[in-house]
Ligand binder design. Structure first.
Ligand SMILES: [Mg+2]
Length: 257
């Protein structure tokens, strides 16, 4: 724990670490107060693509926590950054919510449902049979297939819901093409996170609730790894993975104690 507390930068997952749905988790306020008091650099890094930085800040504000929008980074922003670096001013057909579309617009990418360079799939309510069909046609015609994040499922109050990789499956299976995924655990997103924090990986830790995204991302990018049991992982499910986090905590509140 002392080793963790000495780190300069913290990359923190949101769902299952900070909140569940619209409920702040116990100890989170103490932890964020600690980050500010100790002058730590921190970034909330989420594979969700539906909300903008300002919307995420507002969501936390509604739960009673004030955090500047600059402390958030999403898979939508990482996807926009990747496409902009690969093909500036390219066009894309997008299945996803406003957070994703706006992130793409912000870097100069045009939305194009006729002959786009890319088909980009995120999570959200825009997903339906018609949109899958169009995405399939466009990929068959040569558009490259991109997913915002490789999560199979996400948490919901009444059970699991299909996430980006599951939503991608019909398009991949019909076209025979394989999507490239940008969010955690892709080191692309981790490197950008570290750059935004301005710290080296040795001086940073990642705190998350998922072994298959947060912890593996931290291990592969050389960060200290902290798993919290306030989300999807349990002591039982951890055993199924060939790697382990350096530290396991009940929740982020433990760090502020
Ligand atoms: Mg999570």
């Amino acid at each position: 724990m002392e080793e963790l507390k000495k780190k300069k930068g913290f990359i923190i997952d949101m769902d299952g670490v900070i909140y569940h749905g619209n409920k702040l988790l116990p100890g989170v306020t103490d932890f964020v107060d600690w980050l500010y008091k100790e002058n730590k650099d921190f970034l909330f890094l989420t594979n969700a693509s539906n909300l903008s930085q300002k919307e995420l800040a507002m969501k936390l504000a509604r739960m009673g926590m004030e955090v500047d929008p600059g402390h958030f980074y999403t898979s939508a922003l990482a996807t926009a950054k990747f496409l902009d670096s690969q093909a500036p001013n390219c066009s894309a057909y997008v299945i996803g919510d406003a957070g994703l579309t706006n992130a793409l617009y912000d870097v100069g990418i045009t939305i194009n449902p006729i002959d786009p360079d890319y088909v980009v799939i995120g999570e959200g309510t825009a997903y339906n049979y018609e949109s899958i069909l169009l995405a399939t046609r466009l990929v068959e015609k040569g558009a490259k297939l991109i997913g915002t994040n490789s999560d199979l499922t996400g948490p919901a109050p009444d059970g699991f819901i299909p996430a980006c990789r599951t939503l991608m499956a019909p398009i991949e299976m019909t076209t025979g093409k394989t999507a490239y995924y940008i969010g955690k655990p892709n080191p692309l997103m981790m490197r950008t996170g570290l750059k935004l924090l301005g710290v080296h990986s040795d001086e940073a830790a990642i705190i998350g609730d998922r072994m298959d995204t947060d912890i593996v991302a931290g291990i592969e990018s050389g960060l200290d790894t902290v798993l919290v049991l306030s989300g999807v992982s349990t002591m039982e499910t951890i055993k199924q993975f060939p790697y382990r986090p350096r530290l396991i905590l009940n929740g982020v509140g433990d760090i502020a104690k």
